[in-house]
Design a protein around this ligand. Structure first.
Ligand code: AMP
Length: 279
C-alpha cells in the first residue's frame, strides 16, 4: 500500500527526494470520496510526470455555514486504495489544524472570476478553494496539477491565480467523466435517492438540449438558457443558475457566435449539483 502523509513537512521531504532524482511531480487535489472522475486525473498525472500524488482534504474554508461539511462523505482507506490502483505514489491527508493552524488569517482571493455563478450562490467558496490550492502548491511545488472541468469555474479561478501569483505549475484541465446515462460523476451523487437520481439526469439532459439547439443554428443565449431550464423543470430539478458564458472570462454572452460554455447548478432534493458543457 502507498504512504499516507499527514504533515506538510513530510510532503516537502518526499518532494525533495523526487526532485533530487530529477523526476517530475504531478498533483491531484481532492476532497476524497473518490470516483472514476478523480482517478482519471491521477492516471493522466502519471502520464505527464514520473510521480503523481493526490491530496485528500475536506476543506472547511470552501463550505458555507449551511452547507454539507459535516456530512460530506469520507472513506480514507477506500480512497487511498483507489489512488494506489490508479498509480499514485503517495497521498497527503492532513487534518484541519495542519492546514489552518491556530490563528490562521491568510487568504487568496481571485476577485472577478469568483464574483458570479457559484461564487454568488456560495459566498466565500472560491476564496476557500484558491487558498487551499495555494497551500497545496506551497507544500508540493508540483510541476503539473490536474483539475476536472466538472468544476469549470474552479478551474478558471485556479488558472488565474497561478498566472497572477506567478506560480511555477502547469495547470491541466480534464474532461468530465460521466455515468453511461450522462450523469456527471460527483462525490455528492451518493446523497441521491432513486427518484432524485432520475431528476439529477435533468442537468446533463439540459446541456444536451442546449448543445443540440446550438448545433441547429440557435445563437441566442437566452433561448439556449430557456431550453435548458425547461429540461431541468421537467426533471423536477430546481434551477440555481443556468448561464451561457465566455469559457475564459466566464462573463455572460448574449450572442453565441464563438466558443461558449453552458454552466448549470440545480438542487435535487437537498443536494446541489453542477454540470457544464461546451456549446
Ligand atoms: P472534489 O473532490 O470534488 O473536490 O474534486 C477533485 C477534483 O476532481 C476536481 O478537480 C474536480 O473537478 C475533479 N472531478 C470531480 N468530478 C469529476 C468528474 N466527474 N470528471 C472529471 N473530474 C472530476
Amino acid at each position: 500500500m502507498i504512504d499516507i502523509l499527514r504533515t506538510a513537512d513530510e510532503v516537502r521531504a518526499r518532494v525533495r527526494a523526487i526532485h533530487r532524482k530529477g523526476q517530475r511531480l504531478a498533483l491531484v487535489p481532492t476532497m476524497g470520496a473518490l470516483h472514476e472522475g478523480h482517478l482519471s486525473l491521477v492516471r493522466e498525472g502519471r502520464r505527464l510526470a514520473e510521480v503523481c500524488a493526490a491530496s485528500i482534504f475536506v476543506n472547511p474554508a470552501q463550505f458555507g455555514p449551511r452547507e454539507d461539511l459535516s456530512r460530506y462523505p469520507r472513506d480514507e482507506a477506500g480512497d487511498v486504495a483507489k489512488c494506489a490502483s490508479a498509480g499514485a505514489a503517495f497521498v497527503w491527508a492532513p487534518d484541519t489544524r495542519e492546514v489552518y493552524p491556530e490563528g490562521y488569517q491568510t487568504y487568496v482571493e481571485v476577485s472577478e472570476l469568483s464574483r458570479r455563478w457559484c461564487g454568488e450562490k456560495r459566498p466565500g467558496h472560491f476564496r476557500g478553494v484558491a487558498t487551499v490550492v495555494a497551500k497545496l502548491f506551497c507544500a508540493f511545488e508540483p510541476d503539473v496539477a490536474l483539475f476536472g472541468e466538472k468544476d469549470f469555474q474552479q478551474l478558471a479561478v485556479i488558472r488565474r491565480m497561478v498566472r497572477d501569483l506567478g506560480m511555477a505549475v502547469e495547470v491541466v484541465g480534464m474532461p468530465i467523466v460521466r455515468e453511461a446515462d450522462g450523469l456527471a460523476l460527483s462525490s455528492r451523487n451518493i446523497y441521491l435517492s432513486a427518484t432524485e437520481r432520475r431528476s439529477a439526469l435533468g442537468l446533463s439532459r439540459a446541456l444536451q438540449a442546449a448543445a443540440h439547439l446550438k448545433a441547429n443554428g440557435e445563437t441566442s443565449a437566452s433561448r439556449l438558457v430557456e431550453a435548458a431550464s425547461a429540461e431541468l423543470r421537467a426533471a423536477d430539478a430546481r434551477v440555481d443558475y443556468v448561464a451561457v458564458v465566455d469559457p475564459t472570462t466566464l462573463e455572460p454572452m448574449d450572442l453565441v457566435d464563438r466558443p461558449a460554455r453552458m454552466l448549470i447548478a440545480a438542487h435535487v432534493g437537498k443536494t446541489r449539483l453542477i454540470d457544464n458543457a461546451a456549446l
